[in-house]
Ligand binder design. Structure first.
Ligand code: AMP
Length: 176
């Protein structure tokens, strides 16, 4: 079976206007997940250029980052680590807050999820303002992880989220 092209994947992403609130164009990736060939193709593209043995763990961000991150970890044969919303992880955690347009959010990671020096690839479905991924990176740096890349399925370029992710290699498959 040939891998799905980025054009095929892009065609399956559903734009939902005014969700979850007026003015937001929500990028719904569930039609991609529902198609085995497209889902597998996204994982191929997310891992394109990632050499076997070059990554120790994949870190996925709550909640859609878990879907792509877990599949990518199995494909690569490495472990998976969740960065979750505050209050969900049962063991000792580090927490990192970040500002939203209104209010703030906090993400958390288990203190023993990654060992110092481990090479991690951070994955999420979508890069918007970059606040979530930047907070996840701060957590990983606190654990002494080496972030070798930050990969997204979708990037909303006009929000310039990349600027918040420092010098790390940032890659997205589909940009709007
Ligand atoms: P940000 O912290 O602004 O980069 O937002 C990224 C997080 O919010 C990701 O985990 C996305 O799943 C979610 N998100 C933000 N904007 C959208 C959007 N337009 N469509 C779908 N998900 C979004």
């Amino acid at each position: 079976m040939t891998s799905a092209t980025l054009a095929e994947i892009e065609a399956a992403i559903r734009n939902v206007p005014d969700f979850p609130k007026p003015g937001i164009q929500f990028k719904d990736i569930t039609p991609v997940l529902a198609d085995g060939r497209l889902f597998s193709g996204v994982i191929d593209h997310l891992l394109d250029g990632v050499k076997p043995g070059s990554v120790d763990k994949i870190v996925g961000i709550d909640a859609r980052g878990f879907i792509f991150g877990a599949a990518a970890a199995v494909r690569l044969g490495v472990g998976f680590v969740p960065v979750r919303k505050k209050g969900k992880l049962p063991w000792a955690t580090h927490e990192q807050s970040y500002d939203l347009e209104y209010g703030s959010n906090t993400v958390a990671i288990h203190v023993d999820a990654v060992q110092a020096g481990e090479r991690v690839l951070l994955l999420d479905d979508l890069l918007a303002t970059g606040g979530t991924a930047a907070a996840a990176m701060q957590l990983l740096e606190r654990l002494g992880a080496k972030v070798v890349g930050v990969n997204f399925v979708i990037e909303l370029k006009f929000l310039e989220g990349r600027a918040r992710l420092g010098a790390h290699p940032v890659r997205s498959l589909i940009a709007y």
